[in-house]
Design a protein around this ligand. Structure first.
Ligand code: S3P
Length: 168
């Protein structure tokens, strides 16, 4: 199988954006972050979009954005945590799951980082969401990486996996 793009999936705060940026630099690919693209287009933060237009509107933007992005090739794409749950992904995407535990994620995120994510506001509900989604992430992914440690510890595992695959 020849893949067009690498798509990183996983729960909020699992490190998709940071890892994607590093991988893109190391592998000479373009880096794209779906949340950032949506925020720029809407000229509003994700929190503002959720508040003013609602989650369904945001999910629609996500599907449109990932469809547009995957028309091109050779990119490392970081998705929002809900994107693979609500949107369908191209079969030509090499999907990698950043598998981090909920408690690790909570510890990792500063208060400010948590506030950027409306679905993390209530810890009990966020934990339930995590439990609800984790099996789907794993099922969708061609490869899962243990993302509980610091990025420097596991980034080479993802890089080596990608290099073993045929990604344009
Ligand atoms: C969401 C994750 C967020 C962002 C939005 C919704 C989710 O992205 O898209 O707040 O449903 O899990 P990150 O995974 O980058 O935090």
């Amino acid at each position: 199988m020849v893949y067009d793009n690498v798509v990183l999936i996983g729960f909020m705060g699992s490190g998709k954006t940071s890892v994607g940026r590093i991988l893109a630099r190391e592998l000479f690919k373009d880096f794209k972050d779906v949340d950032t693209i949506i925020e720029e287009r809407e000229n509003a933060s994700v929190t503002e979009i959720f508040e003013k237009k609602g989650e369904a509107y945001f999910r629609d933007l996500e599907q449109k954005c990932i469809n547009e992005l995957t028309e091109k090739k050779g990119q490392i794409i970081a998705t929002g945590g809900g994107l693979p749950i609500f949107s369908s992904l191209s079969e030509k995407s090499l999907i990698i799951y950043m598998d981090a535990d909920f408690d690790v994620i909570l510890k990792r995120l500063s208060k400010r980082e948590r506030e950027k994510r409306p679905l993390l506001a209530d810890e009990t509900r966020a934990r339930a969401l995590f439990e609800e989604r984790k099996d789907t992430y794993k099922e969708l992914a061609a490869f899962s990486v243990d993302a509980n440690q610091r990025i420097v510890v596991f980034i080479h595992v993802i890089r080596d996996y990608i290099l073993d695959q045929r990604v344009l």
